[in-house]
Write a protein that binds this ligand. Structure first.
Ligand code: DX5
Ligand code: ZN
Length: 221
């Protein structure tokens, strides 16, 4: 299993977004995690296609686009064209998950399926697991950076990792929200292998933070 570090640019300095992305890139980010919010599925708004298109020019690193929007099916094509490499949709937001997966695959992108903290991972069927590349277990309520890790999500990480192993499919388990020096061992030891981090990377010295968490992932690899 490959362990991946995915800094979330929601916590970056938007006045220097290109510079911040170059810095995480040089420091060894595996993915750039990009949070798109529509003010409907979640209370807040963030950014959309034009921003993704612009930052696409500064790096070739995998763009892990997390769509926190209602009926994401409507925009898959546009996010793919803007430069997404992987597109993650929420089970709670799609009209029809098979249709959403079909759109993402047709665009030639990696497919992620997300569940909010209160949604059980059982809503993701074995049939869906066999078609996708990643499950995103939200470890805070989607919508804002800087929240506290919700302990009720730990058993969900373990459960989905177990099901993936039993099925023998190659699916990553990503966690997102409240991951820091105190919580990272919990998610890693329960089966997560793609670690999203906003505040923990962009608050303070980006370079030092990246080095610290890279080393941490190295202990599990
Ligand atoms: C929350 C977003 C996260 C957020 C994580 O809705 O999906 O990606 O940026 O931020 P931290 O790591 O600060 O909890
Ligand atoms: Zn996210």
């Amino acid at each position: 299993m490959e362990y991946k570090l995915a800094p979330s640019i929601l916590a970056a300095d938007f006045a220097a977004l290109g510079e911040d992305i170059k810095e995480i890139d040089t420091a060894g980010a595996d993915y750039v995690h990009i949070d798109v919010m529509d003010g409907m599925f979640v209370p807040s708004l963030s950014f959309g296609m034009p921003v993704i298109q612009s930052v696409r020019r500064v790096t070739d690193t995998f763009f892990d686009v997390h769509l926190m929007i209602e009926e994401p099916e409507r925009y898959i094509h546009e996010f793919a064209a803007a430069g997404a490499d992987g597109i993650t949709v929420h089970m709670e937001a799609v009209k029809d998950i098979d249709n959403a997966i079909g759109h993402i695959q047709k665009a030639g992108k990696k497919v992620g399926v997300a569940v909010s903290p209160k949604t059980p991972v059982s809503v993701i069927s074995d049939e869906v697991l066999k078609q996708i590349d990643m499950v995103l277990v939200m470890t805070v309520r989607p919508g804002f950076g800087g929240q506290k890790y919700m302990n009720i999500t730990t058993p969900k990480i373990k459960e989905i990792r177990q099901r993936i192993d039993e099925l023998g499919v190659d699916v990553d388990v990503e966690v997102d929200g409240g991951i820091n020096a105190d919580t990272i061992d919990t998610v890693l030891s329960n089966g997560a292998n793609v670690i999203v981090m906003g505040s923990s990377i962009f608050r303070g010295d980006i370079w030092e933070n990246m080095a610290f968490y890279r080393k941490k992932l190295g202990e599990y690899a």
